[in-house]
Write a protein that binds this ligand. Structure first.
Ligand code: GCO
Length: 445
């Protein structure tokens, strides 16, 4: 498959439907000497934490090559670009703005606006300042108030340059991977930690959203949540229950408080009975109206009953896998959007991330990533199917613009529609990048 085809009259071709690509600060920027330390810098130093022993010191050197990268972005014909702000680049430990870091983003924002590309700003994509981690990080309620202060100060200086803000990217990953099973920074392990960190992240979302409504009422303000739909391994009642429990504990843990101001029962049960972190007013803050919700979708899981934990994901997947070992299952995107639509009263949605890691090689100057082209094509059709059944989805962002630092996997996994040679920093548009561009360009004429 070499191109991406959208059927004529598809809602995806509506002029208001927004197409873009996404990145995150720590994954692409580098420029480590021009910011303060974050939890990922520290985590990368830990023996065995990152598959290839790498770190984010240089990454894609986007800190120095951002003009080139934005030119590339423009050549794709995207409507929007989703990127994140590195909190430790723009703020010091005393809570003062760091002018050099602020200027970096002001230049980026100005250039995006000049190019006519809408800036979608993520305020937190996992790179917590290390000095806050030293005081407990997301296990400490006070971090939520530090986030509120950061949002207040940075939105004031960004002024009218931003099109959309999200407070957090995937709080599930920060809370669960970072503080409960410890495979992401800061690498802390503890069965009760995830729910505690998760609550503080949600509280910070509420506090941040309140600031956004005040300081930036004209931007589209929201949050980005990841979702991995849960399917039962069989029709047996036990497996059906296992899948429901997995969905409650892993997905609805974040969707329900944000959309309904309450936690699923299975999650509530995990807060320590004697000292719940949920204070009066927290849930009302968390459940304020969002202008939109960003959904990150990559794959699904299939669950069976487990006598100890209640549910266990099966490892045998019936469909082809990406290089991450994630099953390619576009139908899951349709299903999960419909599930959310029927369960909640939703604001408009955007697919803020979707993409696949593949084993890519440059051969004679080309990267022939046909599998990624197919992945994007199939997921766009799955998205279209959900829209046609009534789900209000207003945008799609391919993850990712560039190959980049894939967290605990280091540089081994490539998600970009643009290939990055980490020796030379050369960028090469992959076949998927060309297919995405051609689809976007054809839509415009
Ligand atoms: C996430 C993050 C991205 C990842 C991407 C691929 O969803 O985990 O938002 O930073 O790189 O999802 O794993």
């Amino acid at each position: 498959m070499t191109d991406i085809q959208i059927p004529a009259h598809s809602p995806l071709l509506h002029p208001d439907f927004c197409f873009g690509t996404a990145t995150a600060s720590f994954q692409i920027e580098g420029g480590v000497a021009h910011r303060e330390e974050c939890i990922w810098d520290r985590f990368c130093q830990r023996e065995g934490a990152i598959a290839d022993g790498s770190n984010g010191d240089l990454a894609c050197d986007h800190f120095h090559r951002w003009r080139e990268d934005l030119a590339l972005l423009q050549s794709l014909g995207v409507d929007a670009y989703r990127f994140s702000i590195s909190w430790p680049r723009v703020m010091d430990a005393a809570g003062n703005l760091r002018q050099e870091g602020v200027d970096f983003y002001l230049n980026l924002l100005d250039e995006l606006n000049t190019l006519g590309i809408k800036p979608f700003v993520t305020l937190y994509h996992w790179d917590l300042p290390q000095h806050l981690e030293d005081k407990g990080g997301w296990l400490n309620r006070d971090t939520a108030y530090r986030f509120q202060d950061y949002v207040h100060k940075i939105t004031q200086v960004f002024g009218k340059r931003v099109y959309s803000y999200v407070t957090f990217n995937e709080p599930f990953c920060s809370a669960y991977l970072g503080y409960e099973i410890g495979i992401h920074a800061p690498g802390i392990v503890g069965s009760e930690n995830g729910k505690l960190a998760g609550h503080h992240l949600l509280l910070a979302h509420g506090l941040g959203l309140q600031v956004l409504k005040q300081n930036s009422p004209d931007t589209l303000n929201g949050i980005v949540l990841n979702i991995t739909p849960a399917y039962p391994a069989s029709d047996a009642e036990q497996d059906v229950k296992a899948a429901m429990l997995a969905d409650e504990s892993l997905n609805q843990w974040f969707f329900q408080p944000v959309l309904q101001g309450k936690y699923p029962e299975s999650v509530l049960a995990q807060f320590p009975a004697d000292q719940s972190p949920i204070k009066d007013g927290d849930l009302a803050l968390i459940a304020q109206q969002n202008d939109f919700i960003g959904i990150n979708y990559y794959s699904r899981e299939i669950y069976q009953h487990d006598p100890v934990s209640g549910f266990a994901a099966i490892s045998d997947k019936p469909n082809p896998l990406t290089d991450m070992g994630w099953e390619i299952y576009p139908q899951g995107l349709t299903d999960v959007l419909l599930q959310l639509h029927h369960r909640y009263s939703l604001p408009p949605l955007m697919i803020t991330e979707n993409g696949a890691a593949m084993v890519d090689e440059v051969q004679q100057g080309e990267v022939n990533d046909v599998e990624r082209v197919r992945y994007i094509q199939q997921h766009l059709l799955a998205l279209e199917a959900a829209i046609k059944q009534g789900v209000d989805v207003q945008g799609y962002f391919a993850w990712s613009l560039l190959d980049n630092f894939e967290w605990a996997e280091g540089y081994k996994k490539r998600f970009g529609i643009v290939h990055v040679n980490y020796e030379t920093q050369q960028r090469t548009l992959k076949l998927s990048g060309k297919a995405y561009r051609d689809m976007l360009m054809s839509r415009k004429c």
